[in-house]
Design a protein around this ligand. Structure first.
Ligand code: SAM
Length: 388
């Protein structure tokens, strides 16, 4: 654990929540905050200088959390005591007097914009800018129809789904203790919806913390949930305990595990860059460098090849990534089909109004889809069927 993570762990919960909110609001708008800071300094402050860091945090609190000016100044200056205090005071004062803009469609990191513009077009980049400015709504998945119809709040955009716009602590929402629902972005609920109802045995091959395992178990499949991380699998077991759903759990590396017999269906929710989750986790945009995406694509190809061998003839392989990178989605599936002649792509049905299946048959969720209803995480999922 690095120092920052240790410090965050030792903070009282309210302080940890505030620190996380400030960091999140900063990362949502980093390039624009830097432009603003540069507009008020004669010499460009180094990217990793304390002065720039403190100014970013102060401006992000103003824009994202509505913190009053006097509180911003009072909390920023002690951070640079004995250092660039006068500089920070001067720059912050200048910017606050000028008026800080709302930044409701801030720029993404330049490399990300270029990549997504090339892959998805300008409209998707503009939609991503609008999406990153705000924390997204909360999506809940329900174990069954009765649980959903008893839930008092929210809009349903698909069966067994409700969306809440504003909410307090998740544990305080009605029915949390009864385990009738769990938190899951609507886009992340799509892969399990592609698993045929007729499949009896289903392997969830990268299962933890278990959102899709719970959907599969709730749908009546006999689920084996595999993950190589023991601690993440412990969270999955907790989640199953809370919801009263059942699955067999296996701690193993999918790259060398072998089942005793093939499954009717395998769901592979592969580890990936997670760039589709940028609305909740803006930091992913700074982590997902091209080399990381390439390494991810290589791992996904190896996992797909393994998972293909565990599907019985006539069975299904559902592949998913919460990524907006074509190398981890479309390109993986096209390469897989080029190598595995006994699999074909099954056309996905329309599962959510506004997420039209691609002409190749997969589902590609992009920024801008369902925007007026709160949007969706970026996502890719495809249903492959093995020849009988
Ligand atoms: C995208 S997350 C899965 C999310 C999960 N399906 C859900 O809906 O809650 C990917 C998971 O893959 C696991 N993983 C990564 N490499 C693996 C491997 N080689 N074998 C098994 N699990 C692996 C990680 O521990 C992580 O829990």
């Amino acid at each position: 654990m690095d120092n920052a993570a240790q410090v965050a762990r030792d903070l009282p919960p309210a302080d940890a929540a505030l620190a996380s909110a400030i960091a999140g609001e900063t990362l949502r708008r980093l390039p624009d905050l830097d432009t603003m800071i540069d507009s008020a300094t004669r010499h460009r402050l180094p990217d990793d200088s304390k002065a720039r860091m403190v100014l970013r945090l102060a401006l992000a609190q103003k824009i994202g959390l509505g913190t009053p000016d006097h509180a911003l100044v009072a909390t920023a200056l002690p951070l640079v005591d004995g250092g660039p205090r006068r500089l920070v005071h001067g720059v912050l004062g200048t910017l606050l007097r000028k008026g800080v803009p709302a930044l409701d469609a801030p720029g993404l990191p330049e490399a990300v914009e270029e990549r997504w513009r090339a892959a998805w077009g300008e409209e998707a980049v503009q939609a991503a800018r609008r999406a990153i400015a705000y924390r997204p709504p909360l999506d809940l998945s329900f174990a069954d129809q009765a649980a959903e119809s008893e839930f008092p709040e929210g809009n349903s955009l698909a069966p067994l789904h409700r969306r809440l716009e504003a909410h307090g602590a998740i544990t305080m929402l009605p029915g949390f203790g009864d385990g009738r629902w769990w938190v899951q972005d609507l886009a992340a609920s799509l892969p399990a919806r592609l698993v045929p109802a007729s499949a009896n045995s289903v392997l969830d091959a990268c299962a933890a913390p278990g959102g899709k395992t719970m959907q599969l178990a709730a749908a009546g499949h006999e689920v084996t949930a595999l993950d190589r991380s023991e601690s993440r699998l412990a969270r999955l077991t907790d989640n199953l305990g809370r919801t009263g759903l059942r699955a067999k759990t296996v701690v193993a590396d999918a790259l060398d595990w072998m089942p005793e017999q093939p499954f009717d269906a395998v769901l592979l929710d592969a580890p990936c860059s997670a760039t589709g989750t940028f609305r909740r986790h803006p930091e992913v945009l700074y982590r997902a460098r091209p080399a990381i995406i390439e390494q991810g694509a290589d791992l996904q190809a190896r996992l797909l090849a393994r998972a293909a061998g565990w599907v019985r003839p006539g069975g299904s392989l559902v592949y998913a990534v919460c990524s907006l990178e074509p190398q981890e989605g479309e390109e993986r599936i096209e390469a897989f089909l080029g190598e595995q002649a006994d699999f074909h792509l099954e056309r996905a049905p329309l599962l959510v109004d506004g997420v039209t299946p691609h002409e190749r048959g997969w589902l590609r969720v992009l920024p801008g889809m369902l925007e007026s209803q709160g949007g969706l995480d970026g996502f890719f999922t495809a249903h492959l069927v093995r020849k009988a």
